[in-house]
Design a protein around this ligand. Structure first.
Ligand SMILES: Cc1cc2nc3c(=O)[nH]c(=O)nc-3n(C[C@H](O)[C@H](O)[C@H](O)COP(=O)(O)O)c2cc1C
Length: 149
């Protein structure tokens, strides 16, 4: 399974790497367990045309608004939105996992929800900050299921 993500302060990078390690570890008991390859996008990444299914992971950075009835502006992560849009890459995206901080209330994980609405792929899961071991297990299972459908 392929995971394309962006990470500004390192939380998503940490989670993505631990998820890939968790997937690799599953193979010791289940040789058919899918492994995970990672691709990080940042402002300097060359845009490439995606040709196989992948999942997206995006943290939330919003400026202004309350996420409910007035505007909010995506900051810092918009290169991932552009990457998904590029040459319709989003067509291969099986779903998005959002992360954020619950202190942001209604804006918690809103960027991932906005991607799902804009590109019409499912919002699969959310987790806070670096994610827990329970989050790793839960999200790996979710990805596995979504990858089979
Ligand atoms: C300026 C700023 C704005 C943020 N806005 C939101 C927000 O609107 N909603 C949310 O759930 N989390 C918000 N967060 C929390 C981040 O999404 C969270 O820390 C995330 O784990 C960062 O991921 P990263 O380290 O991979 O960049 C914000 C954090 C910062 C620093």
């Amino acid at each position: 399974m392929k995971l394309i993500y962006i990470s500004i302060s390192g939380n998503t990078r940490s989670f993505a790497k631990r998820l890939a390690e968790y997937a690799a570890a599953q193979q010791t008991t289940d040789p058919t367990a899918p492994t995970i390859t990672l691709k990080e996008i940042d402002d300097n990444s060359p845009f490439e045309v995606e040709t196989e299914n992948f999942f997206a992971m995006v943290p939330t950075y919003l400026e202004g608004g309350n996420g409910v009835d007035n505007g909010d502006v995506e900051i810092l992560t918009d290169v991932l939105r552009d990457y998904l849009d590029y040459q319709n890459n989003y067509r291969y995206c099986l779903g998005v996992i959002g992360s954020g901080n619950k202190n942001f209330n209604r804006q918690y994980c809103l960027t991932a929800k906005q991607y799902a609405a804009q590109f019409d792929f499912p919002f699969l899961a959310d987790y806070e900050l670096r994610g827990t071991t329970a989050d790793l297990e839960r999200i790996y299972q979710l990805l596995k299921t979504a990858n089979q459908n």
